[in-house]
Design a protein around this ligand. Structure first.
Ligand SMILES: O=C(O)C1=N[C@H](C(=O)O)C[C@H](O)C1
Length: 292
């Protein structure tokens, strides 16, 4: 699967399993194989949920290789983040030459550029890429806020197609969806329903590693205009989603996956495993969910 025009649907922002300090490639491949037939649109490798910040370049490439093989043709988007423009340009060039559907790219973290600096950053990266870019708007991680006007200007670039919206600004989300300029994918799992109901294109989600078919069915019900059915499926999931972010992501989802024997609950420092109390709470919530 190569470059994609349409990023709509549910994308799983994959965790990176570890075993004894190393990337656990067999567990990663099993996870992808387990999820690929659930009705999702595709996978994101090396997002924030994938602990990309703790992987060196060779490990990131190896994760991408494993996901591309295991996905068996389902689209794969690669996460890229940094604050050194020449290094980012090199990473964009090298990664976009591979069979990825797109790149998920953050604003530069820590340095807090102006809006014109952000415009330049994303334009330079999009110019260097052979595949579309999804702007990963996450000011609470990067320290940089992208204004609506900046995003609308970026949307004019032929290779900037979508936004992963963690902007925390409901008015900006609504205006972006209404503009039709970019496909809006929520990156805040609790806003899955509201983004889709407003006409957003989908989600890039960490928590949808679990109860994936329920997420997909909510999406389908909204697309069919069946809001009562969508609400019935969605509302019982909310405490579970809140639990997934009650401690730093991806500790809870890794703990939950480990509880079901799908991988080890291992993170790289300074990220930490979820508390046993939280994992127990998530498992109890699983048991109380009505069937889909
Ligand atoms: O890695 C991601 O993509 C996601 N990251 C968010 C975060 O910053 O923790 C959460 C979202 O579900 C997906």
């Amino acid at each position: 699967m190569h470059s994609l025009d349409d990023f709509s649907g549910l994308w799983i922002s994959l965790v990176t399993p570890f075993a004894d300090g190393a990337v656990d490639h067999p567990a990663l491949a099993r996870l992808v194989q387990r999820l690929r037939g659930t009705g999702i649109a595709g996978f994101v490798a090396c997002g924030s949920t994938g602990e990309a910040a703790s992987l060196d370049e060779a490990e990131q490439q190896a994760v991408l290789d494993t996901v591309l093989v295991a996905a068996q043709g389902l689209p794969v988007v690669m996460g890229l983040s940094g604050y050194h423009l020449p290094k980012m340009l090199a990473a964009v060039k090298a990664t976009s030459a591979q069979p990825v559907a797109g790149l998920l790219v953050t604003a530069p973290c820590y340095i807090r550029p102006s809006q014109s600096g952000l415009l330049r950053w994303f334009t330079d990266l999009a110019d260097a890429s052979q595949v579309p870019l999804i702007i990963y708007d996450i000011p609470y991680r990067t320290g940089a806020t992208l204004d609506l006007a900046t995003l609308l200007q970026l949307a004019r670039h032929p290779r900037i197609r979508a936004i992963k919206d963690c902007g925390g600004d409901a008015a900006k989300t609504a205006a972006l969806v209404a503009s039709g300029a970019l496909q809006v994918l929520t990156g805040e799992d609790a806003q899955f329903f509201s983004t889709l109901a407003q006409g957003g294109a989908g989600a890039i989600s960490a928590s949808a590693h679990g109860h994936t078919q329920r997420f997909v069915k909510v999406m389908q019900a909204i697309a069919e205009g069946d809001l009562p059915q969508a609400r019935t499926l969605w509302q019982p999931l909310l405490p579970w989603i809140a639990g997934q972010f009650a401690e730093p992501n991806p500790g809870p989802i890794k703990g939950w996956l480990a509880h079901y024997g799908l991988m080890q609950a291992e993170l790289r420092a300074p990220m930490t495993v979820a508390s046993q109390a939280l994992v127990d709470r998530l498992v109890t919530l699983d048991q109380n969910l009505p069937p889909v």
